[in-house]
Write a protein that binds this ligand. Structure first.
Ligand SMILES: [Zn+2]
Length: 353
């Protein structure tokens, strides 16, 4: 299953395709809203629906253009996905040609070419807030003179980080979380078993992008393991060793990069659980929490202990980015959760700090 199958936002996309058919689609859009709600996937789907032979409209999936899009060989779509490429920032030489980086297809060059298939040319830029100010400035010229039948879609969860001059040249389109039930439905439609889809829908808070990431990164295996640590039914270091074995589709070109991605996924999930514990300690109803059904019946251990757990997990999160050893971070993650365990006494082999 590809993430492009998990989208939602049908109303927004239909409105934009209708505008395109009437010749009223702006040349530049800014898709903004919470992280993980599928903004970039929606941008790519918008593009596919413009480029489809039967478009503008929902991509048919079977025409020649749709087939070339799936194969990644359609020349009229240009994607820049720093997440996928492992880029922390978007450098200027991805936007405009630079002598020191020859041979790179830049946004500017791409849009200066004529459409190969005689229709639209579309650029989708993910997390454009990661672009250096120089790269953002370089895009301004393109935004001012975009050319006929071209569309630029900028995607950002932090539009405040964009230059005002960039924001003012784009029509802002806000995309919200699509909802827990709809996210679960999207997952089920994509072939995920109904019980798993319901869990992922809740854990993601109704954000399809996050739900897909959880699925890809082994959350269905990790979350129950972390819950066991909280219940005190597994020894923390044993749980850590099992976390290191969780199978998933972790991004990265090397084993080390994948181990780091797996570790990051485990720490983030543990942090989400711990934050729900903190909410429980503050009297929030379990039924309203992402991990509420897991934590139901969890007897409070006191806000101070949970706060220590959260602090230790925040430190572990930083350790991932500082490139410390994944096994050590997983050990600290499990021990941090065990700090908030409801087990009557620490399980064998675990010395409380
Ligand atoms: Zn098509």
């Amino acid at each position: 299953m590809s993430s492009s199958e998990l989208i939602g936002h049908a109303e927004v996309l239909t409105g934009l395709w209708t505008a395109a058919a009437a010749g009223r689609l702006p040349h530049a859009l800014l898709f903004h809203g919470p992280r993980g709600v599928g903004k970039f996937q929606a941008a790519v789907r918008l593009a596919r629906g413009l480029l489809c032979d039967g478009g503008p409209g929902p991509p048919c999936g079977s025409c020649g253009a749709c087939a070339r899009l799936r194969a990644g060989t359609l020349a009229d779509l240009h994607l820049l996905d720093p997440e996928d490429e492992g880029l922390e920032t978007i450098p200027i030489w991805r936007v405009t040609p630079r002598h020191d980086h020859p041979g790179v297809t830049t946004v500017e060059e791409f849009l200066s070419l004529r459409a190969r298939e005689g229709g639209w040319r579309v650029v989708c830029l993910r997390d454009f807030d990661r672009a250096h100010a120089a790269a953002q400035n370089a895009l301004l010229k393109t935004l001012e003179e975009p050319g006929e039948a071209t569309l630029l879609v900028l995607e950002s969860s932090r539009p405040g980080q964009l230059l005002e001059t960039i924001r003012s040249r784009c029509v802002a389109v806000r995309l919200e979380a699509v909802g827990v039930a709809e996210t679960a439905d999207l997952l089920e439609a994509a072939g995920v078993a109904s019980g798993d889809a319901a869990c992922l829908g809740r854990w993601s808070g109704g954000a399809p992008g996050r739900a897909h990431e959880l699925l890809r990164e082994g959350a269905l295996e990790m979350q129950p393991l972390l819950a066991e640590v909280l219940r005190g039914t597994v020894e923390p270091l044993q749980a850590a060793a099992r976390l290191a074995e969780v199978r998933g589709d972790f991004s990265g070109g090397t084993d080390a990069a994948r181990a780091r991605a797996r570790t990051r996924a485990a720490v983030v999930l543990a942090l989400e659980l711990a934050r729900d514990l903190l909410r429980l300690e503050h009297g929030v109803e379990a039924t309203t929490l992402a991990h509420g059904s897991t934590l139901e019946g969890w007897a409070g251990v006191g806000g101070a202990r949970v706060a220590r757990t959260v602090d230790a997990l925040l430190q572990a999160r930083q350790d991932v980015e500082a490139n410390l050893s994944p096994p050590g971070i997983l050990d600290r993650t499990a021990l941090a959760l065990a700090e908030s365990s409801t087990a009557a006494r620490p399980v064998t082999g675990w010395a409380p700090r």
